[in-house]
Ligand binder design. Structure first.
Ligand code: ARG
Length: 458
C-alpha cells in the first residue's frame, strides 16, 4: 500500500506491519473532532494568508460533506487506512483535488491527534457528568423517601450504631459529588489547545494558535510545542477520575449485593435489573451490581496501561502513544454503561424497612446511647462504657435486648438508671437525637439531600 508519508521510504509496507500500525479501527470514533479541527485549521491558514481563501473554502466545504456522509453512513470508514487523520485527508483530496493537499500545511498528525483527543474527552466528560448527576438525583430521591427508615450502621461489617437508610445511601451521593468536581477540575487542564505545536518544534509559517484555540472553545494554548505533542497527563487524570468513580460504584455494588441476599434482605432488586439461574429456579441474582464491581478492574487496568506506556518515553511523540486511545475509550464506554445501569437499578429497587429495623433491633446498636445516657447523668464516659458492656453481656446470656432489660436489673448496675432510659435507647430516639452536623437526624439528612440536589441540578 502506498502511503501519504512516503518520503524517504517507498511507502510500501508489509501487510502485517500495516495492520499492526493502524489505529483506524478505534480512532475512527474521533472523526467529528478531527474534521472540526481541520476546518478551523484551514480557516486559520487562510486568515493568515498561508493558503488562498478560495482553497480554504473548498476544504471546509469538502470536510463538511465528509462529516455529513460519515454521519449518515454514505461514506464508510476504510479499514485499510492508517488512522482517522489520514483517512479524512485522503478522502478530502479525492473529492476536492489539489486544495485538499494544502490542509496539512503547518500541522502534523502529532498535534492533530493531541487536539482530537482533548476535544473528544472534553465532550465525553460533559456527558459523563450528566450521567453522574442523574445517579445523584436518583439516590437523593430514594433518600428523601427513607429519612426515617432505621437500619444498623456497620463497622467491620458488625452492627454498630443506628442510622437511617437515607443517611447510608447519601454517602454514595457525596462520593459522586466529589467525582463531579474532580472531572470539572480535570477538564480545566484538558481544555488547552495543542494545535500549532506541529510535529514538535512549531513552524516557520506565521500561524495564529490563539485563533484556532478560540474557535475550538479552548481556554488557552499549550505554551511549549514539545509539551503540546507529548503531554497525555489529561488522559491519565481522566483515567484516575474514572477509576475512583468505579471504586465508588464498586463499593455501592458490594452493599447492594449484600443487602439483596437472603441473609440481609434489606432491599429487593427489580426483575428488570436481575437475572435468574439456569438451574436454580429460586435465584434472583444481582448481576448488574456484580458486573459493575467486576468492571472496576478493567478501568484500573486502563489507568495502569497508560501510566506504564508513558513512563519511559523520551520527548516528544512516540508511536507508543497510539496506545492511549483504547484505554481512554474503554474507560469512557465502561463508565457510561455502569452509570446508566446503576441509575436504573437504584431507581427501581424496593426497600424493605421492616427487615432493616429488625436487624437494627438485634445488634445492641444502641449500646453507645446507653453509655451516653449515664454520661449525661454525670458518670465519666469510660465508667459508663464499662457498665454498658456488662449490661450487654448480661442481656446476651439472659435473652434480653436493652429495650427489654428490666429496670431492677438496670438498677443493679447503677442507681442513675430510671424509667426514662427506655425512651433514651429507643432506636428512633437514638437516630433523631444524633443531631450533630452530618449525622442521621432528619434535619441533617434533609440538608444533605439539599446539597446533593443543588449540585446535581446545576
Ligand atoms: N495514529 C497516531 C496516534 O494515534 C497518530 C499520530 C501519528 N504520528 C506519527 N508521527 N506517526 O498516535
Amino acid at each position: 500500500m502506498n502511503k501519504m508519508w512516503a518520503g524517504l521510504t517507498s511507502g510500501e509496507t508489509n501487510k502485517l506491519a500495516d495492520d499492526f500500525n493502524s489505529s483506524i479501527s478505534f480512532d475512527c470514533r474521533m472523526f467529528e473532532q478531527d474534521i472540526k479541527g481541520s476546518m478551523v485549521h484551514a480557516a486559520m491558514l487562510a486568515s493568515k494568508g498561508i493558503i488562498e481563501q478560495e482553497d480554504a473554502d473548498k476544504i471546509v466545504e469538502g470536510l463538511q460533506g465528509i462529516l455529513e456522509d460519515l454521519k449518515s453512513g454514505a461514506l464508510a470508514i476504510d479499514e485499510n487506512a492508517e488512522d482517522i487523520h489520514m483517512f479524512v485527508e485522503e478522502i478530502l483530496t479525492e473529492r476536492i483535488g489539489d486544495a485538499g493537499k494544502k490542509l496539512h500545511t503547518a500541522r502534523s498528525r502529532n498535534d492533530q491527534v493531541a487536539l482530537d483527543l482533548r476535544l473528544y474527552l472534553r465532550d465525553e466528560i460533559t456527558g459523563l457528568e450528566d450521567k453522574l448527576k442523574q445517579l445523584m438525583l436518583t439516590v437523593a430521591d430514594l433518600a428523601a423517601e427513607h429519612k426515617s427508615t432505621i437500619m444498623p450502621g456497620y463497622t467491620h461489617l458488625q452492627r454498630a450504631q443506628p442510622i437511617t437508610f437515607a443517611h447510608q445511601i447519601l454517602t454514595y451521593a457525596m462520593m459522586f459529588s466529589r467525582d463531579l468536581s474532580r472531572l470539572e477540575d480535570c477538564k480545566k487542564r484538558m481544555n488547552i489547545s495543542p494545535i500549532g505545536s506541529c510535529a514538535l518544534a512549531g513552524t516557520t509559517y506565521d500561524t495564529d494558535r490563539y485563533f484556532e484555540a478560540e474557535k475550538l472553545g479552548f481556554d488557552d494554548i499549550t505554551l511549549n510545542s514539545i509539551d503540546g505533542v507529548s503531554d497525555r497527563d489529561f488522559c491519565v487524570e481522566f483515567l484516575a477520575c474514572a477509576s475512583l468513580i468505579m471504586v465508588h460504584l464498586s463499593r455501592f455494588s458490594e452493599e447492594i449485593i449484600l443487602w439483596s441476599s437472603w441473609e440481609f434482605k434489606f432491599i429487593e432488586l427489580s426483575s428488570d435489573f436481575t437475572t435468574g439461574s439456569s438451574i436454580m429456579p429460586q435465584k434472583k441474582n444481582s448481576d448488574m451490581a456484580e458486573l459493575t464491581r467486576g468492571k472496576s478492574g478493567r478501568v484500573f487496568g486502563d489507568l495502569m496501561a497508560l501510566l506504564t506506556m508513558l513512563k519511559g518515553l523520551p520527548l516528544a511523540y512516540n508511536k507508543d502513544m497510539q496506545e492511549d486511545k483504547e484505554a481512554v475509550f474503554d474507560a469512557v464506554d465502561t463508565l457510561k454503561m455502569c452509570l446508566d445501569v446503576f441509575t436504573g437499578m437504584v431507581g427501581s429497587m424496593t426497600v424493605i424497612p421492616e427487615n432493616m429495623l429488625n436487624a437494627a433491633g438485634r445488634g445492641f446498636i444502641n449500646a453507645t446511647d446507653l453509655a451516653d445516657y449515664l454520661v449525661k447523668k454525670g458518670m465519666p464516659f469510660r465508667d459508663a462504657y464499662k457498665i454498658s458492656g456488662k449490661i450487654v453481656n448480661e442481656c446476651m446470656s439472659g435473652g434480653y435486648v436493652l429495650e427489654t432489660f428490666p429496670m431492677d436489673k438496670y438498677k443493679a448496675h447503677s442507681d442513675l438508671f430510671t424509667e426514662d432510659v427506655y425512651e433514651e435507647i429507643n432506636l428512633k430516639t437514638c437516630v433523631e437525637k444524633r443531631k450533630s452536623a452530618g449525622g442521621p437526624s432528619v434535619e441533617s439528612v434533609e440538608k444533605q439531600i439539599e446539597y446533593i440536589k443543588t449540585i446535581a441540578e446545576a
